[in-house]
Write a protein that binds this ligand. Structure first.
Ligand SMILES: *Cc1c(COP(=O)(O)O)cnc(C)c1O
Length: 222
């Protein structure tokens, strides 16, 4: 199957749902991204800062770049001029740095808070308690160059569909709970980033608004 055919098939499955597609382009060279772009896909997700910057530099400027991988504070400055959404914010310290770099670029950067939902040791993210602490932090309302627009999570790497579904349900429930809290003006929670190639149909059933799909579009990464 071609990239175009894969994109069309996924878009067809998402039609009529609440979910938007983010094409995860990590490890693929710019000409592969250009092929997706020419097929109408203009939102790309990358997990490494350097890789995202070098692709940004050579590709059309109307592409929306989403950072989906773990972000170190010392690298925020490289993506601050152009990133449209950071999915992987997991500390106040990182938010403060994003705010500072966004201010330097006279921008407001949209962020998602990454929540730990998997039963695995390796995944980054906040627990529900840590999320509450962050949202109640007196520092948060002072950050005028970031906006928290939702939550992100990754299900366990398993083929147990019921476990995956339960993890997505947990995240959706948490999302609905925090939306009811009195939140500062820089929080407008409406995006729920969940679902990858293997589990996005389940994520969409459970209320995802952003699916991050790589291998189902571009084939397996080497
Ligand atoms: C790589 C990656 C994806 C996409 O994975 P696929 O299985 O190729 O669809 C989604 N989210 C994150 C955070 C990733 O790192």
């Amino acid at each position: 199957m071609s990239i175009r055919a894969n994109l069309l098939a996924i878009q067809a499955r998402l039609e009529g749902t609440s979910a938007k597609l983010i094409a995860v382009t990590k490890t693929h060279p710019p000409d592969v991204l250009l092929e997706a772009y020419q097929a109408g896909c203009k939102t790309f997700g990358e997990n490494k800062v350097q890789e995202m910057v070098s692709k940004y530099e050579v590709l059309p400027k109307d592409i929306e770049w989403h950072l989906i991988g773990h972000l170190q504070t010392n690298k925020v400055k490289y993506i601050a001029p152009f990133v449209s959404l950071i999915h992987s914010v997991d500390s106040l310290k990182l938010l403060q740095e994003i705010d500072k770099q966004a201010a330097k670029n006279q921008r407001i950067i949209d962020c998602l808070l990454q929540i730990y939902i998997a039963q695995e040791e390796t995944k980054f993210g906040l627990s529900a308690d840590e999320l509450m602490d962050l949202l109640r932090s007196p520092e948060l309302p002072t950050l005028q160059h970031i906006r928290i627009v939702g939550l992100m999570g990754m299900a366990s790497f398993t083929d147990n569909v019921e476990q995956i579904r339960a993890e997505f349900k947990t995240l959706k429930t948490l999302f609905e709970q925090v939306k009811l809290l009195p939140l500062p003006a820089n929080c407008y929670l409406h995006e729920l980033s969940m679902g990858m190639s293997s589990d996005y149909p389940i994520a969409v059933q459970e209320g995802s608004t952003l699916v991050r799909v790589g291998s189902a579009i571009f084939g397996y990464r080497t």
